[in-house]
Write a protein that binds this ligand. Structure first.
Ligand SMILES: C[S@@+](CC[C@H](N)C(=O)[O-])C[C@H]1O[C@@H](n2cnc3c(N)ncnc32)[C@H](O)[C@@H]1O
Length: 488
């Protein structure tokens, strides 16, 4: 059936009610929080999945009973699967040079290391983890290891199992590593069989209770990157409880750049190494080191949704904007959700407040992986007269988006322009320092990080709240002063 032939019943009040019901259905089965800016996507999904059936009839049927095939179709339509090999490479360095050597010291032979990749999408992250482990712990240390990877979207898992990747997936993979870890195929590249053998994929919704899977201390390394930020409050609490339970002694949990567990759980403590943050079990933190960067407070402002769920959650967005700690985008999870104006609405008539609101919107989009939408708003903001005072901030958001896309030279260029537009802006120098360190240029890295450190003292609280990734001034200072040599 063509799209034109589908019943058009999705306008006005009725549509609003239907979308709210679909939102609730998606939260119930997939744990996802879809804010009002995603209404077009929801509307399109409802039309498409209902097919020839009236959307209201289809939805009512789904509310009574949702089969696994229906849930799969929702997952395929509504999850964001953005990923690539060697994403957030500084975390891989921290794992390789700090976390793993310490883990090996602590665990007597014979050793078996179990890793989890939660929200693995089409597999790039799980195979990257396999490459990192293969490079780090095989051989002399005598460590056997395996990786369990899951995702809620079966279409992505199918691609992960097939493991055929194109140049876009390898955009941040140095050619030497591509030649080392991949075999060329007629359509691109596939990871070596020796790596693929180590990774088991399966379908799972992270917030669904499953005591047989989420056993105490089951995993030594957990990657759960760029997924928690899509979850609604109750699912997020449940997911964090699962992760906190499953992380083993001496292990580490890595999240995405836009995610923190601040005030979500008191079982895990934020640590840092190689210019990145990760979490460890509270009891693993050596006495004396525990005060840094800041202890995770056990605050429960909202009651947990289920008895097993942990206290609230926060992300960098929420840290700056929301009074509610229990969802990644607290403002959007409120009873009266924030409805973001379209760019045209907000800038016509133009005003500095509207421009600032769009800046926040662009940052939110970039932080939730909606990079193209975020970049589109940035591009339009840059040409608008009212955004002149925000140009450095806009350039910084563009740079973050480009980093996320793995386009590192372009990202650095935008960071440099942001720093040039506003000589007092610390964050571009911090990112430039970390990027230089990643490239193996210690002199440039030290110069940029020293500059960031100087500027951080006088950076406005508002800007830190907006761009500090949910981390406080002291934590960012530590990131600047950290010498990779200390980490070992
Ligand atoms: C943006 S991708 C991140 C992929 C990879 N972790 C990375 O950082 O490159 C988010 C993935 O999380 C998955 N996801 C979203 N909600 C989930 C849930 N409740 N349970 C399991 N996976 C989920 C999506 O299907 C998607 O593949």
């Amino acid at each position: 059936m063509t799209r034109q032939a589908l019943p058009v019943l999705l306008e006005g009040e009725e549509a609003f009610g239907l979308l709210e019901r679909l939102r609730a259905l998606v939260a119930r089965h997939l744990g996802l929080l879809l804010d009002p800016s995603q209404d077009d996507r929801l509307r399109e999904t409802l039309r498409r999945l209902a097919g020839p059936e009236a959307p209201v009839a289809w939805l009512t049927r789904m509310e009574r009973f949702t089969s696994q095939a229906d849930k799969d179709a929702l997952a395929a339509a509504l999850t964001v699967g953005e990923t690539y090999f060697f994403r957030h490479a500084e975390q891989l360095d921290a794992l390789r040079t700090g976390v793993l050597p310490r883990w090996v010291k602590r665990h007597p032979a014979p050793r078996r290391l179990r890793a989890l990749c939660a929200g693995c999408a089409s597999g790039e992250e799980a195979y990257t983890l396999a490459m990192t482990l293969m490079r780090s712990v095989l051989g002399p240390g005598g460590v056997d290891w395996d990786i369990t990877a899951f995702d809620v979207n079966p279409a992505a898992l199918q691609r992960a199992e097939q493991a055929h990747y194109n140049a876009w997936s390898l955009r941040a993979t140095p050619p030497a590593w591509r030649d080392l870890w991949f075999r060329e195929t007629p359509s691109g590249w596939t990871p070596l069989a020796s790596l693929r053998r180590r990774v088991q994929f399966h379908q799972r919704q992270i917030a669904m209770p499953d005591p047989a899977f989420w056993t105490v201390g089951r995993f030594d390394i957990i990657f759960c990157r760029n997924m928690l930020m899509y979850l609604d409050g109750p699912s997020l609490r449940q997911a964090v409880q699962h992760l906190a339970t499953a992380l083993g002694p001496g292990g580490a949990l890595f999240l995405g750049h836009a995610e923190t567990l601040h005030s979500l759980t008191d079982q895990l403590v934020l640590q840092q190494g190689e210019g990145c943050f990760f979490y460890q079990r509270r009891e693993d933190v050596e006495p004396g080191a525990s005060a840094w960067p800041f202890p995770v407070a056990a605050q429960t402002r909202d009651p947990p949704a289920t008895p097993a769920a942990s206290p609230g959650a926060v992300s960098r967005m929420e840290a700056r904007a929301s009074p509610r700690p229990d969802s990644v985008f607290g403002a959007l999870a409120d009873a009266t959700p924030t409805v973001w104006p379209t760019l045209d609405e907000s800038l016509d008539p133009p005003s500095p407040a509207a421009a600032r609101q769009q800046l926040d919107r662009a940052l939110q989009l970039v932080e939730t992986g909606q990079l193209n939408e975020g970049l589109r708003i940035c591009a339009r903001l840059l040409t608008h007269p009212d955004s002149a005072p925000l140009q450095a901030d806009v350039l910084y958001i563009q740079a973050l988006a480009l980093e996320e896309r793995g386009e590192l030279p372009a990202a650095e260029w935008h960071h440099q322009r942001a720093a040039a537009k506003d000589a007092g802006f610390a964050m571009p120098h911090l990112r430039l320092g970390l990027l230089a360190r990643r490239r193996g240029e210690p002199v440039a890295a030290r110069r940029e990080l020293r500059r960031a450190l100087e500027l951080l003292d006088s950076e406005s609280a508002d800007r830190l709240r907006r761009f500090g990734g949910g981390f406080e001034r002291d934590a960012l200072r530590k990131l600047c002063t950290h010498d990779p040599g200390d980490f070992r």
